[in-house]
Design a protein around this ligand. Structure first.
Ligand code: F6R
Length: 602
């Protein structure tokens, strides 16, 4: 979380840094700040997003500076806790967490701290070393050798004008290179307007950027080689184009986005061609277990696909949260396990840490990622699948979820094809996938009906989302979406689990969203849950491929295509429901409170 931006060169830095921060605001938006350095230092910091900055207070001439857009970890969102932190001779922006900041306080003059942040302690420590070394690079490097935790930082000092120092451990830092100019950002989208030549800092590397050029060292001051790469096809931030929110726009983009995800990959005869996964036939044959790892919505996408992949491939598929796998024993046999890492941003700290842990355990790793060139995409061993759904700006993920499921289904079909498995099943999969974009378009035509439902239910605070089979992950995703954007209390359960406890919460104010499948047996079981809720006075909204059951209070009917994709079509209706309930409650739809798009801290 948090976005950092730096510039040193020949042009005025203010607008470059400001617009770089704007591009990265999805990473955190509770406070922001910019510091510019010329003859003197000018700093402006504010609570709120970058629009609240007072740019007039910043130098128009300065040709170097740093900026930050924050998602609070230590200390509330406030101007004092906003970055850049200026301590003594050091000015610093930091993305990440310094875990031992309390211990490090023993070495600095804590009476001079102006914030409650771990980052200012790091600035103070660098300041301490700066006084002994008189060298910003060495001071930064020495302080970072003492720091535990994660960082993507930039430092500068009025005592050493003409140099920016950047460093990384666990939080991305990308340096854009141009004639006599350098840009530093957390995300390549902030660089594309300036250059397509970049250097990706590796963990524990420190870079000095000055007129003398770019130098890169490790934390022991050993010189590192510099690989200037061409920026991959990074997407530009998108515009609202008439929609009221990015959430709505991205929900509506799904048919096109999915067409892009499947373009050139899925054929109607059931064959699926994927160029990204880098697995030899023998490696595929050795896979006896697939492990899918992700966080939040990405985890739910993996959970959905689990149901279908097990049927397609006849091998067990487990799904683990990134935040759990990294710390748990997990008895996975490395020779027979393929771990697939799911991430829209490709920068989620827990998912990345799990990837590194899986590699340490010598498990085969593959990625399903949207952000091209992101850390996850670069770090997997066996390639993967890019989603190609374009930039997702809304903090709540929508099109990436649908595309992740599709990517996993494609991968299942691809592997099944290679292993010569059930061709009829594969043809059905290809047929369903081909119809999915138009089925989602039809579901979006229910928007008006769902908006009306939202108008009736918007003030209900307690919600259950219930489903069986792959409709259970859809229920989980529906509950997550409603709670994160509308701030309603929503929980999901497998429909059959209700009677084991949660049913005690049902009362007249409680709404249950019940997802009913086409499958006869599971449909009947779902109807039993409906009866049980109605018998206790609850309100029920059913979403199904079948007509309205008589006892349900509200109903949304979607078309039936098949078991792989029906849940995704229902999910589009739940996305619209969350959107409309949030809108009716006047929530900040694209930037819900307390959240950030890319969760780069633990
Ligand atoms: C929910 C949401 C989050 C993300 C999660 C993982 O709408 O956006 O739950 O899905 O933080 O993010 P990525 O996919 O970037 O790893």
């Amino acid at each position: 979380m948090c976005g950092i931006m730096g510039y040193i060169g020949t042009r005025p830095a203010k607008q470059i840094i400001y617009s770089g921060l704007k591009q990265q605001e999805y990473r955190g938006y509770d406070s922001a700040g910019i510091a510019l350095l010329d003859q003197s230092l000018s700093i402006n910091k504010t609570k709120g997003d970058t629009a609240s900055l007072n740019l007039q207070k910043l130098s128009d001439e300065a040709t170097m500076g740093i900026g930050h857009t924050r998602w609070a970890t230590h200390g509330e969102p406030s101007a004092a806790n906003a970055h850049p932190h200026h301590f003594g001779d050091i000015v610093l922006v930091h993305n990440g967490i310094i875990e031992n900041f309390e211990d490090l306080k023993a070495e600095i003059d804590t009476t001079k701290l102006k914030s409650q942040t771990d980052s200012e302690v790091l600035a103070a420590l660098i300041n301490l070393y700066f006084h002994s070394t008189k060298d910003l690079l060495q001071a930064t490097q020495q302080a970072l050798s003492r720091a535990k935790g994660t960082f993507g930082i930039i430092t500068m000092s009025p005592k050493e004008p003409g140099a920016l120092i950047a460093a990384r451990r666990g939080s991305p830092v990308i340096i854009g290179v141009d004639d006599e100019q350098y840009y530093i950002a957390s995300d390549p989208t902030a660089l594309i307007d300036h250059t397509d030549r970049v250097v990706y800092l590796e963990d524990n590397q420190v870079a000095k950027l000055s007129k003398a050029g770019l130098e890169v060292y490790d934390l022991k001051m050993q010189v590192q080689s510099i690989a200037v790469e061409e920026l991959e096809e990074t997407e530009r931030a998108s515009k609202l184009e008439g929609f009221e929110s990015y959430l709505e726009k991205e929900i509506y983009e799904q048919p096109t986005a999915l067409t892009n995800t499947m373009r050139g990959r899925v054929s109607e005869d059931g064959s699926i061609v994927l160029g990204g996964p880098n697995l030899a036939l023998e490696e595929m044959q050795a896979i006896k277990h697939i492990l899918i790892i992700g966080c939040g919505t990405a985890y739910y996408a993996g959970f959905y696909a689990k149901y279908r992949l097990e049927e397609m491939l006849g091998i067990p598929v487990s799904v683990e949260h990134g935040s759990e796998f990294r710390y748990r024993y997990g008895a996975y046999d490395p020779e027979h396990t393929l771990a697939i890492f799911m991430s829209q941003s490709g920068e989620t700290a827990d998912t990345l840490a799990s990837l590194h842990e899986a590699k340490r355990r010598r498990i085969m790793t593959m990625g399903i990622v949207n952000a091209v060139g992101s850390s996850l995409a670069r770090d997997v061993d066996h390639g993967g699948i890019y989603l190609h759904v374009g930039v997702e700006t809304s903090v709540a993920s929508t099109k990436a979820f649908t595309a992740m499921v599709v990517a996993l289904l494609m991968f299942g079909g691809f592997m099944a094809n290679k292993l010569g498995q059930n061709q009829v099943l594969m043809r059905n999969l290809a047929r369903e996938l081909a119809m999915l974009p138009s089925e989602i378009t039809s579901a979006l035509e229910l928007h008006k009906q769902i908006k009306k439902l939202a108008e009736e239910l918007y003030d209900r605070h307690d919600w259950f989302f219930l489903g069986r089979g792959e409709l259970y992950p859809v229920a989980l995703e529906g509950a997550l979406k409603l709670s994160e954007v509308a701030y309603a209390h929503a929980q999901a359960f497998p429909a059959g689990e209700m009677k084991h406890g949660p049913i005690s919460l049902i009362d007249a104010k409680h709404v249950s969203v019940l997802l009913l499948p086409e499958d006869e047996l599971l449909y009947e079981k779902g109807l039993s849950a409906l009866q049980e809720i109605k018998a206790r006075g609850g309100t029920v909204l059913t979403v199904s491929t079948r007509p309205k059951p008589s006892q349900s209070d509200y109903h949304v009917e979607v078309a039936h295509t098949g078991p792989h994709t029906d849940g995704l079509v229902m999910n589009a209706c739940l996305q619209l429901l969350a959107l409309e309930i949030a809108a009716k409650n006047k929530r900040n739809i694209d930037k819900p409170r307390n959240l950030a798009k890319s969760v780069t801290v633990e």
